[in-house]
Unconditional design. Structure first.
Length: 411
């Protein structure tokens, strides 16, 4: 049987596994920061009608430039943005890939401050862009001085900032964005996938766009809109940036069905975004509850919470408490997780980007064991590869109940 290794695949892809969190069939899935609420019935009907209206014309290619959808997205964003400032694609992952195709690529570099979104280095890998892992401080913070010093040292072609940051959940100080923008010689991409969940007072980089043609803000309908299955991400930037990504996008990359569904969803945004406040309440409840139990918890402006499994508590968690791992899925999909099998040096470095190099605190509890214990209690959370820490998505009140009660098993 032919295996992948028999093929003349690129050397830098040899030995890699596809990225992705385990998709396990468990009662409470809080591992991919989805919106737990299903699409409300009136919106289901509206999307259904919008899709039906497209079906007869599926013999034709869609609007290559998705103009109507981009106008709707600009209207949603406000800030005086127009269709010329906005570009859309199949998820913000595709947006960021297009940005790297246009502004990164062979001979160029992209820099991110880890731990951050683990797809950024993987998109760099896929586009032949050399990845530079810059550091955050031990508490996952990023000061103006540290950010500027690292950008100055490496002079990357593309800088990724993530605000609110995944996996920590904390929004960046706008002064960091401004300082990086002033220092960086190339493009600065601010990934705002979770912007709608930010705590009051948080400032979006959208406000900084005027007069900054090298700044790009990426957003998604996957989180606050509860539209992850619809696959719709977008960017806001100077119109010249939109022209740049149009050089590398595939023609007709956004299907007529995607465009129609996303437009119908945007037309019903009040109904869809109605879940945001409820999710923020659960987020704040998780933060407060875990802190009250003595866990260290990162401040969250997102729909998830990063917490230290041990904290100040004395945990007696033995390997024997661990549930068996679901083998097939686990073997297949664990890129970036700390439990990944050892890999050859160069590849390993690439894969671990996004995980912190920080040594666990003395007495820290093994997060992989805690992950399995929670899974055995029917709650799937995310091991992002940070020693001693796990990430949990904030969903419905019932899901929070289940998670917090499963956490009791760790004591
Ligand atoms: N950015 C961040 C920080 C994310 O966490 C995610 C999803 N996990 C994305 C971008 C990509 O989302 P999508 O492709 O669904 O828009």
């Amino acid at each position: 049987m032919t295996t992948l290794d028999d093929l003349p695949i690129r050397d830098d892809l040899r030995g890699l596994s596809p990225y992705g969190a385990p998709q396990l069939d468990v009662p409470v899935r809080l591992n991919t920061n989805e919106n737990s609420y299903p699409v409300p019935e009136p919106v289901v009907e509206a999307i259904g009608k919008a899709l039906a209206a497209e079906l007869r014309d599926l013999n034709r290619y869609p609007d290559r430039d998705a103009v109507a959808l981009r106008a709707d997205l600009a209207d949603y964003l406000g800030h005086g943005l127009t269709v010329d400032h906005v570009w859309a694609a199949n998820g913000s992952n595709e947006i960021q890939q297009q940005l790297l195709q246009a502004f990164g690529g062979p001979g160029r570099t992209a820099l991110g401050f880890t731990p951050a979104y683990s797809m950024h280095p993987l998109l760099a890998l896929g586009t032949g862009t050399a990845w530079i892992p810059a550091a955050r401080d031990a508490d996952f913070g990023l000061t103006v001085a540290d950010a500027v010093a690292q950008v100055r040292a490496h002079r990357p072609d593309v800088v990724f900032l993530c605000s609110p940051n995944n996996p920590t959940g904390t929004a960046l100080d706008p002064a960091v964005v401004a300082a990086v923008l002033a220092e960086a010689p190339g493009m600065v991409v601010v990934d705002e996938a979770y912007a709608e969940f930010a705590r009051p007072g948080t400032v979006s980089a959208l406000a900084v766009l005027p007069g900054h043609p090298r700044l790009v803000v990426t957003r998604t309908m996957s989180k606050a809109f509860g539209f992850a299955g619809g696959r719709l991400g977008y960017l806001a930037a100077d119109p010249a940036v939109v022209q740049a990504v149009q050089l590398v996008r595939l023609p007709y990359h956004l299907s007529a069905l995607t465009q129609a569904a996303a437009r119908a969803a945007l037309a019903h945004r009040d109904a869809l975004l109605g879940t945001v406040t409820a999710i923020m309440e659960q987020r704040d409840r998780i933060v407060a509850d875990l802190r009250a139990r003595g866990h260290r918890v990162a401040d969250s402006d997102a729909n998830f919470v990063l917490f230290e499994v041990g904290g100040d508590r004395q945990l007696r968690l033995g390997a024997s408490d661990a549930a068996p791992r679901p083998g097939a899925v686990d073997r297949q999909l664990r890129l970036g997780a700390s439990d990944a099998a050892p890999r050859p040096g160069a590849v390993d470095r690439q894969l671990r980007l996004g995980a912190s190099d920080a040594a666990p605190r003395p007495g820290a509890v093994d997060q992989a064991v805690a992950w399995r214990t929670l899974l055995a209690a029917g709650v799937l959370v995310r091991d992002v590869g940070l020693p001693g820490w796990l990430r949990v998505t904030a969903g419905t009140p019932a899901e929070t109940d289940a998670f917090l009660s499963a956490m009791e098993k760790l004591s």
